[in-house]
Design a protein around this ligand. Structure first.
Ligand code: HGY
Ligand code: MN
Ligand code: MN
Length: 414
């Protein structure tokens, strides 16, 4: 049985390991770690060290996922997967994704030699954010065996996913071996909430009942570049003012639709000179809602608005769907067990919806999935000031350890 001080010590080690991994970045002075970038090797090395001290054999699969397996004494046992992602958005915080992987290691550390009637597969997914290739979940797709269809997707520099895998030193021919086979009993992902709810309610932990669906698109408005000084306003076909009308229309629609969020995270006017009317604008649109019909209705509405703006302003408007994930409910039975563990540890287990996407929405389409949220101070994430409280890390460790025990009792009773 882990004593109180050991939980505190493990929580401290968890945060220290996250800080070590935060230093593994493509950009000095900030945290940026995209799919299969060189610093990902260093991040894996930090995890290898802790895993080795637990007698776990860590490895990288052909999709660059970090993997470590704790085998049950029962060779025919099922497998519990515990994981999250190790890639980041640009100029990120230190905990989005990483915390869930390190918590898995700390949990196995707390377990010591305690036998479990199930194997535990720890996974640090290589790509969840979709930053480099515009398509997220490459790592978790490899785990469930659907990454093959992404191999020809190219990044801004024209390198494909397959080439990125080879550049990193992996054998894309072994991608199929990344697929987790055998009898998987479920997936647990621990993750910072990345929003304001738990902090507002003064709670350490949250129980996720569903993950909002999301649509991510690339949009383009095209007009005519021309001289900023000689072109009268009524003769312009300004792609940027057209795009701006759609950006504000998206914000207005989301503000007037309960539960809908709409974000234009990137907007690039071309040619991008102060004395040239933008002839072309590329922008992204990210739409999310807990109910698919609301999200899809909003998307149709905004694409219609975009067509109308183009007609009125003499522009063309095109769009490309880069990614669509439907709203994903967490597994009721596994989530109920996690809620029981939360309550046993003194935490309310009222369910909440995740506005952020997670690997659990991909893995949860194949195996039963459950998610535990940790409070996000300031509700801040995808930002260098993202943080987590040590007391909440300790609460997550105690709760997930109890969850593992409850799961063991359930497995033994099968
Ligand atoms: O964008 C998201 O929802 C997640 O952080 N990948
Ligand atoms: Mn994220
Ligand atoms: Mn994340």
């Amino acid at each position: 049985m882990t004593m109180t001080s050991e939980w505190t010590e493990l929580a401290g080690r968890t945060l220290a390991c996250c800080a070590d991994i935060a230093a593994c970045s493509e950009v000095p002075g900030q945290i940026t770690r995209t799919f299969l970038c060189a610093p990902m090797h260093d991040a894996h090395a930090r995890l290898d060290a802790w895993a080795a001290s637990l007698g776990l054999q860590a490895r990288e699969d052909a999709a660059g996922n970090w993997r470590a397996t704790r085998r049950s004494t029962n060779p025919t046992a099922r497998t519990l997967v515990i994981g999250s992602h190790l890639d980041s958005v640009p100029n990120a915080g230190a905990y989005d994704g990483v915390l869930g992987v390190v918590l898995g290691l700390a949990l196995l550390d707390a377990l010591g030699d305690t036998p479990l009637p199930y194997h535990v597969e720890l996974v640090g997914f290589s790509e969840e954010e979709g930053v480099r290739f515009g398509v997220p979940f490459i790592g978790s797709r490899a785990l469930v065996g659907t990454a093959g269809e992404l191999l020809d997707v190219a990044d801004a520099g024209g390198r494909t996913v397959a080439q990125a895998i080879a550049d990193y030193g992996l054998d894309v021919g072994r991608l199929d071996e990344a697929r987790l086979t055998g009898d998987v009993l479920g997936y647990l992902e621990m993750h910072i909430e990345q929003g304001p709810v738990l902090e507002a309610e003064g709670r350490s932990l949250g129980l996720v009942e569903a993950i909002a669906g999301q649509s991510r698109l690339n949009l383009t408005f095209a007009g005519k570049a021309n001289h900023a000084g000689t072109t009268p306003m009524h003769l312009r076909r300004d792609a940027l003012t057209g795009a701006s009308a759609l950006v504000l229309a998206a914000e207005t629609l989301a503000r007037n639709t309960p539960g809908l969020v709409a974000t234009v995270g990137s907007l690039t006017p071309l040619p991008g000179a102060s004395n040239v009317i933008p002839g072309e604008v590329h922008l992204t649109l990210d739409l999310r809602h807990a109910r698919d019909e609301v999200r899809l209705g909003a998307l149709d509405q905004l694409l219609t608005v975009g067509d109308g703006i183009a007609r009125e302003r003499g522009l063309t408007f095109t769009h490309e769907l880069r990614m669509e994930e439907h709203a994903t409910p967490m597994d009721p039975a596994l989530t109920a067990l996690l809620g029981e563990a939360m309550r046993a540890e003194g935490h309310p287990a009222s369910p909440m919806v995740s506005g952020a996407g997670h690997d659990a929405m991909l893995v949860g389409q194949v195996w039963p999935a459950a998610m535990l949220f940790l409070r996000s101070p300031g509700g801040l994430s995808h930002h260098p000031d993202e943080s987590v409280l040590e007391e909440d890390v300790e609460a997550a460790l105690r709760t997930s350890a109890r969850f593992l025990r409850l799961l063991a009792e359930r497995e033994e009773a099968r």
